[in-house]
Design a protein around this ligand. Sequence first.
Ligand code: FAS
Ligand code: PHB
Length: 389
Amino acid sequence: MKCDVAIVGAGPSGLILAHLLRQAGLEPVVLERRSKDYVLSRIRAGVLEKTTTNLLERLNLADRMHAEGLVHEGFHLADGEKLIRIDLAELTGSSVMVYGQSEVQRDLIDAIPARGVEVVWEADDVALHDVDSDAPRITYSKNGTSHTLEARFIAGCDGFHGPCRKAIPETVGVTHERVYPFGWLGILADVPPCDDELIYANHANGFALASMRSATRSRYYIQAPVDTNLDEWPDERIWDELAVRLGPEAGGRITRGASIEKSIAPLRSFVFEPMRHGSLFLAGDSAHIVPPTGAKGLNLAASDVTYLSDALIAWFKQGDQNALDGYSSRALARIWKSERFSWYLTSLMHQFPEHSSFEREMQRAELDYIANSRAARESIAENYIGLPL
Ligand code: FAS
Ligand code: PHB
């Protein structure tokens, strides 16, 4: 089988890229290890920057998002005593969209048949070959039958654990990483949110986040050890802890109910460079990971594939090599600034085992400065809505 661009991974990176290339008349093929239902079942990001919503509008796939998504013009930082509102609208004139990644994936997947996007679900043993040549290929198996997919380019949209980053020789790639000494224990529950906006809380017990998926479905997180045994965290214990960590104002408004999903996710900052090797290009989590504190993961995937699709289309349509040659450095410039913001907010809002009373006082002073400085709030706001492409 032959195609223009072979895309490994049907997460947001892979599917948005596939739709963008197809919209330009190119022939991508997506190879996804999991089933469609499995991909749809994953609970992940919740906040979309204009970077992402603009892409869905460009693809004419934004109708349900505008109908069901929640436009948020602000969010709060909680310091254990009070809420500090970051007024996105007043500080930046912009906003973010609260619309779960699962819903983005559903919109992308539902459009596959009508748009003629080819996706091979449950593709096993994906292996890349000759990526540093002009004729790269991918071998894989499906239902026990072996296949070869020839393509002019390969897009590695296979997330942190996929094979594409590993296809770049260790002598070429450079990795930058910070693993945090804690994770996020998340729950999803069909109860109304405790506030109209998101609340990120710094508390002596640990970080907490009050988020949502709709006016009737809430998403909460608490900082917890990565090796936490979820059996030791029945719902009531999580609700009790959230009530303490979110502070007296918001904690008192929590509506309790049975969790419909409960999971623990590790936190790391990670960047791999370069994001290109020969005919292989990396996009999304295959090249970088951010702690979800800044709500950047999905949105960085969107900016990567904005740059990459523009460059691939320019190559196929005008033979322009420059945009492809500049892809890695252009994407990394935005990635590093988002890595910084995600690291900053994670460092500000979480309790670290190695912190002394001095570092804890630094966090309190930073929060007090933010509460009393428009300039500080404006900096946070412009990063949270997403820096320009
Ligand atoms: P993804 O990981 O989403 O997709 C990669 C795809 O490649 C997957 O479908 C995978 O099955 C497939 N794949 C992997 N190996 C393969 C192989 N060998 N062959 C074929 N296919 C293969 N971001 C936020 O902004 N906010 C959040 O709250 C948030 N929460 C998260 C929680 C968890 C548990 C995780 C893991 C991530 C979270 N993220 C969050 C980040 C997340 O949203 C990512 O940024 C986003 O999914 C990135 O999209 P992709 O780059 O497409 O990678
Ligand atoms: C979520 O709703 O899952 C969410 C929202 C904001 C974040 C992280 C996660 O920063």
